[in-house]
Design a protein around this ligand. Structure first.
Ligand SMILES: [Zn+2]
Length: 361
């Protein structure tokens, strides 16, 4: 069937074109401004405007490097430099940042996880670095090879202590979260915790729980983050490192999304109601009905989160950047994760001889 109100998608190179058309999401141009403190002073420096990266010593030789979109880190030791990640968006600027504070060579590289957006510039460190990663990261890179992500030379299963030139980093794997093989990297002396793609300090974090794969394990990792003693958190995004308190704030935000999504699923995900919603759009429109059913729960979750008075009395949109635009995507992901991954005894299962609705909602 052809709907005459729709027009075909036409790809174009026009500067203004950003893939917005009748079929997908509308352009979002009306959101309120982010909290102004989200935008750090380094954005206005001559150095950042010229080179698009910023490097800052967090403590005792542990440095944070950012492109104001992606973050990585390095540690200067008596015997060489340990790099953590190689995001292509920072690329050779990682080397420039290192050379701006030391003339020691990079001897070690830690892969936080296997995703190319965080380690796809590994060749910038040269062919001779020791590469440490979780064994699942190696397995994934063997299955899906990439010349810009060479295989790790050292792997571990549960924990690994890396000591180089008097500096110790404690690596730990607590099971999959954002993706399989994503590790915790703790510098106890410097009190810096690096865990990539869990939360992005100061902000709502990128859509769909940072495009994570196992949402319940990703939620579990929030509590695991807070078990560490740290003053600085390197999260991989967006233009900030975080303090312990800022990580706690992100954890509270996602707890509110969980709370809203649980309420939405309990209230609306009922087989009898689903039947009504699916048939309300008329015949031959079952998929439109299913979109409406899911989005009704998503919208309930979003309203719950955005209108809630948070622990300090303010709204989330006053505390974190990107809340209005990102919350609906998190809500969708968490609603679906509840429906698919959590025990739901109240949903039950079909009994012999019954003639129930076609879906268990
Ligand atoms: Zn990732």
């Amino acid at each position: 069937m052809c709907d005459k109100t729709q027009r075909p998608i036409v790809a174009t190179d026009e500067p203004g074109f950003f893939g917005i058309d009748n079929y997908g999401f509308p352009a979002n141009l009306d959101d309120p401004l982010d909290p102004p403190e989200y935008y750090p002073p380094y954005l206005d420096t001559e150095h950042f405007r010229t080179y698009r990266y910023h490097v800052e010593e967090l403590r005792d030789g542990f440095y944070w490097v950012t492109s104001a979109g992606y973050d990585a880190a390095f540690v200067v030791t008596a015997e060489g430099v340990i790099a953590i990640d190689a995001p292509p968006t920072i690329g050779e600027n990682m080397v420039a940042a290192i050379e701006s504070v030391t003339d020691k060579p990079v001897t070690h590289l830690i892969y936080s996880h296997w995703h190319t957006d965080h380690i796809g510039a590994t060749p910038v460190y040269g062919p001779d670095v020791e590469i440490i990663a979780h064994e699942i990261t190696k397995e994934l890179l063997e299955r899906f090879p990439d010349p810009n992500r060479p295989l790790p030379t050292v792997t571990f299963r549960d924990t690994y202590t890396l000591t180089v030139g008097g500096v110790t980093l404690e690596l730990a794997y607590k099971g999959e979260n954002h993706c399989p093989g994503n590790i915790f990297i703790h510098a106890p002396a410097q009190r810096v915790l690096t865990v990539i793609d869990i939360v992005s300090p100061g902000s709502a974090t990128f859509m769909h729980c940072d495009a994570s794969q196992n949402i319940w394990a990703w939620y579990e990792s929030h509590a695991q983050l807070l078990e560490y003693d740290f003053d600085f958190y390197v999260g991989g995004h967006h233009m900030h490192y975080g303090t312990y308190e800022q990580v706690k704030t992100c954890v509270e935000y996602f707890a509110d999304i969980h709370e809203g999504a649980m309420a939405a699923v309990q209230r609306f995900s009922r087989s009898d109601r689903l039947d009504e919603i699916l048939t309300a759009t008329g015949p031959h429109r079952a998929w439109v009905g299913s979109e409406n059913a899911i989005n009704s729960m998503v919208n309930y979750t979003v309203k719950h989160v955005l209108e809630k008075e948070t622990s300090d009395g303010r709204l989330w949109s006053d505390r974190l950047a990107g809340v209005i635009s990102q919350t609906k995507y998190h809500a969708y992901t968490v609603v679906e994760a509840i429906r698919l991954e959590r025990p739901r005894p109240q949903a039950g299962y079909r009994l012999r001889g019954e003639n129930p609705p076609p879906f268990i909602a």
